[in-house]
Design a protein around this ligand. Structure first.
Ligand code: GS8
Length: 224
């Protein structure tokens, strides 16, 4: 692929799904045009046309061709800009494992994380416990490895690290500490953000919390 390629990213700055694509493009050193879509507000015609099924960001538009769903986009980026660093490992078994864990993150972490602060009372206590249990499963999978795939930052790390800036919102609004419960996972997150590509792609945790707290009917937004 050459630099003349037109690469546009439709994204919304607090989005953990959008941040994944930003990290992947930064890792591959792909130049792109960032277009902000405030999905709490009115969606652009370009977004509606590019992702008519889900109408959600992120969407990567490569030479006029839209690709939606963050994990699908990560695989696309890895295949099109197929130079180092590779996000998915070459071996089919390792690839399958990376897909399994990123799928687990999508199925579990997002909803459980949102539930920690969009619920109250006993429901909130259950939600916090569930969220920590999910993170502990991930911590177990990480084990003593520096990154989920081994020695190198890769696909599962990209899929999960973009939830890290959201931990501040979960912890602040639901009054708990992920680090107390999952110290090794937080050590992993701190290792990831020493990478300039990651640090530059993640949004400010404090700004996320401010932005999210200001959204009316946020519960409906996330569960609709
Ligand atoms: C999720 C994208 C998503 O939820 C992915 O790309 O991995 N499975 C998808 N995008 C949200 C913003 S982040 O919470 C979105 O665009 N929501 C707008 C809407 O639901 O109308």
């Amino acid at each position: 692929m050459v630099d003349q390629d037109e690469v546009i990213l439709l994204d919304f700055w607090p989005s953990m799904f959008g941040m994944r694509v930003r990290v992947a493009l930064a890792e591959k050193q792909v130049k792109y045009e960032y277009r902000e879509e405030d999905t709490f507000g009115k969606k652009s015609q370009l977004l509606l046309d590019s992702n008519p099924v889900h109408k959600k960001i992120p969407v990567l538009i490569h030479n006029g061709n839209p690709i939606a769903e963050s994990l699908v986009i990560l695989e696309y980026i890895d295949e099109v800009w197929n130079h180092a660093p590779l996000l998915l490992p070459p071996h089919p078994l390792h690839k399958a494992r990376a897909r399994f864990w990123s799928n687990y993150i999508d199925q579990k972490v997002f909803k459980a994380g949102m539930r920690t602060w969009t619920t109250k009372g006993n429901e909130q206590e259950v939600a916090k416990k569930e969220f920590i249990e999910i993170l502990k499963v991930l911590e177990g999978e990480l084990g003593e490895k520096p990154y989920f795939g081994g020695d190198e930052f890769g696909f599962v790390d990209v899929a999960l690290i973009t939830f890290y800036p959201w931990f501040h919102t979960f912890e602040n609004l639901a009054k708990f500490s992920v680090e107390n419960e999952c110290p090794k996972l937080i050590a992993w997150a701190k290792r990831c953000i020493t990478k300039p590509t990651v640090a530059a792609s993640l949004s400010d945790p404090v700004k996320i919390c401010e932005r999210i707290s200001g959204v009316a009917r946020v519960h409906d937004f996330f569960y609709s």
